[in-house]
Write a protein that binds this ligand. Structure first.
Ligand SMILES: Cc1ncc(COP(=O)(O)O)c(C=O)c1O
Length: 372
């Protein structure tokens, strides 16, 4: 449902950019900008090390975007034209564009209607001898059912790529998202938990993949080697992060735990306070998953009226993503996805981030309890 523009009075936005305080950021940024070394250098290396400590994996590479990191992961997994990658349609388009960039065919697995995450049982049904990777998105910051997904993957010797664009700071089995799978990607785009303006990170379980990933991100060239002695053996890209973005990242990392903690505190508040409201169902997830609540997804009856209530009270909300299987570019992958039909027909995302005060979140609960 859409409303006349004049009625929309968003006072609690669904997304907001977190930028470190000017006093902390600007001196560091100025220093880098005028250092004469603004390309990929020491700041990038320091940023990778510091980010690695946050996600509990020191084998991490930085990229200029999450999409570039994902494309690299798909290539490292060995997916080429003629191969298949099992993925989810309930995500942002870049998840699946990265598979297309590698020329592989997307095979949709269904999603769990209780949270929108890829369903392990459906993955198991879709595996063929051409399957080269499983793409698992932690949608909205809720970790997918990794134990079951990994068991299926290991059983078939297929790597898992986790798209953790929404899930920085989430945990699974008590361990931070970042080291459960062969490849884990984080996005540092403007509105994620943490931004470097744009950027992406990729953890690799295998040291050889890390080395190859480093080549892929810069024209296939080993930057440590003497340039005129290098033989380029693989097709590489210009996917690296630069010192300017890395400097922003280094400062942002001083604040990220506070940001994540507030997302989680708000999410847990909604888990308690929105329970039992007629017409509203909360998402449910794997008991080992500890979400980092990028946004807060609810499943509602009569979504049009629910959205009108929120709009009238200045509460940001959106479905945020179009199920990817509806796009013409992915038409060849079409199949029945009943779990997705159910989730997509009822889901709506609410603000949950660091910018919500205690009063804001209480106001949201009180508004929703009025009914729609
Ligand atoms: C689920 C998901 N995957 C991948 C991406 C791509 O990340 P980036 O914008 O950093 O390329 C995004 C967001 O933009 C996303 O939401």
């Amino acid at each position: 449902m859409s409303y006349p523009k004049s009625e929309v009075r968003t006072t609690i936005p669904l997304f907001k950019v977190f930028m470190a305080p000017e006093g902390a950021l600007m001196p560091r940024l100025r220093e880098t900008l005028y250092s004469g070394q603004i390309g990929e250098g020491a700041q990038v290396v320091h940023f990778e090390q510091k980010f690695g400590r946050l996600v509990g994996n020191e084998q991490v590479l930085s990229f200029y975007s999450g999409t570039a990191a994902l494309h690299t992961a798909v290539m490292l997994a060995g997916a080429r034209p003629g191969d298949e990658v099992i993925s989810t349609a309930m995500t942002a388009e870049p998840t699946n564009m990265a598979i297309k960039h590698a020329g592989a065919k997307i095979v949709w697995a269904d999603v769990d209607p209780k949270n929108g995450n890829i369903l392990p049982e459906s993955i198991a049904e879709k595996i063929t001898e051409r399957t080269k990777a499983i793409m698992a998105v932690h949608y909205g910051g809720v970790p997918a059912a990794l134990e079951k997904i990994r068991a299926i993957a290991e059983n078939h010797g297929i790597p898992v790529i986790e798209d953790a664009a929404h899930a920085l700071g989430a945990r699974y089995g008590g361990v931070p998202i970042g080291s459960h799978s062969e490849y884990v990607m984080f996005s540092l785009q403007a509105i994620k938990h943490m931004t470097t303006v744009d950027g992406g990170m990729l953890t690799c379980a295998d040291a050889d993949d890390l080395r190859k990933g480093r080549l892929i991100r810069w024209f296939g060239i080993d930057r440590q080697a003497e340039r005129t002695s290098v033989d380029v053996e693989i097709v590489g890209y210009k996917y690296h992060m630069n010192n300017v973005n890395a400097t922003i990242g280094l400062v942002q990392l001083d604040y990220i735990q506070e940001v994540i903690d507030r997302h989680i505190a708000n999410g847990r508040f909604f888990d308690r306070e929105l329970k039992g409201i007629p017409g509203l169902e909360l998402c449910a997830w794997d008991p080992q998953a500890e979400p980092s609540y990028w946004f807060y997804t609810v499943l509602v009856e009569d979504r049009g009226r629910f959205c009108r209530l929120l709009a009238e009270h200045g509460i940001g909300h959106s479905q945020s993503h179009r199920r990817n299987d509806l796009h013409s570019v992915f038409a060849e992958s079409h199949c029945e996805l009943p779990g997705l039909d159910d989730f997509y027909g009822r889901m709506i995302h609410l603000p949950c981030g660091w910018w919500l005060s205690d009063e804001d979140r209480q106001y949201m609960v009180d508004t929703i309890k009025k009914g729609w």
